[in-house]
Ligand binder design. Sequence first.
Ligand code: PGA
Length: 267
Amino acid sequence: MRPIIIAANWKMNTTPADAGALAAAITAATNEPEVVRVICPPYVSLAAVRDTLRGTDVGVGAQNVHAERAGAYTGEIAAPMLSGLATWAIIGHSERRRDQGEADPLIGRKLRQCLDHGLRPILCVGEQLEDREAGRAESVVRDQLRGVLEAAGLTAAEGASELVIAYEPVWAIGTGRTARGADAAAMSDAIRGALRENGWSAAAAEGCPVLYGGSVTAAAIAEFLAEPGIDGALVGGASLKVDEMAGIVARAAMTARARREAGGAAH
Ligand code: PGA
């Protein structure tokens, strides 16, 4: 059975002086053992958050990694440098696709770096508004996945236990406007279909967690977790608010319990 994952993407917010306290408050307010929790602060706050979370089961993630393992790349951070600081990494976020011009072949090399250096990747994919309005949202996301997986040389056997995919429609990020649960569910089917098309076994594709991201709040999360194909959320703005995170993780815990009980009944 797939885990339920709630990952907090703090983006370019918090400082090393206040990140630890926020991480501690979120951790205390979201103490649900059935939910996998991850906090992704800015690089400079990774150490503070790691220190605060030591002894808890909350994971620490980076918001990006470089596509090379070392070299003359001023200002960049390579995956091996994150050893001891983070065990997860977000890659392919739409804000980086937009602002840094990141495209699928580069993101695939970042995915390769994550897998080679012990970082669990949260790979973001998602369509623009005009893609959805033109009826090509699913083909855009399938193309993104193919480009990334090809560049990463990712085989099913390797990826099955590691890769997490976050479906984040670009028009829903930071806008207060969410996708519909049914559309996110259809996209989770398309994503797992794309994994099979790229050589994954049906079981491996079925085992890959798919998160929804884009204006998730405590009030909005239920619609997504009601969809069996959606396994949690990547949360931006609301992840800086302790009360919102408490509500989101509480809902995720209800879902995890319900799915466990339904899974148990089926066996
Ligand atoms: P948002 O961001 O929740 O603020 O829309 C989500 C994300 O960018 O991961």
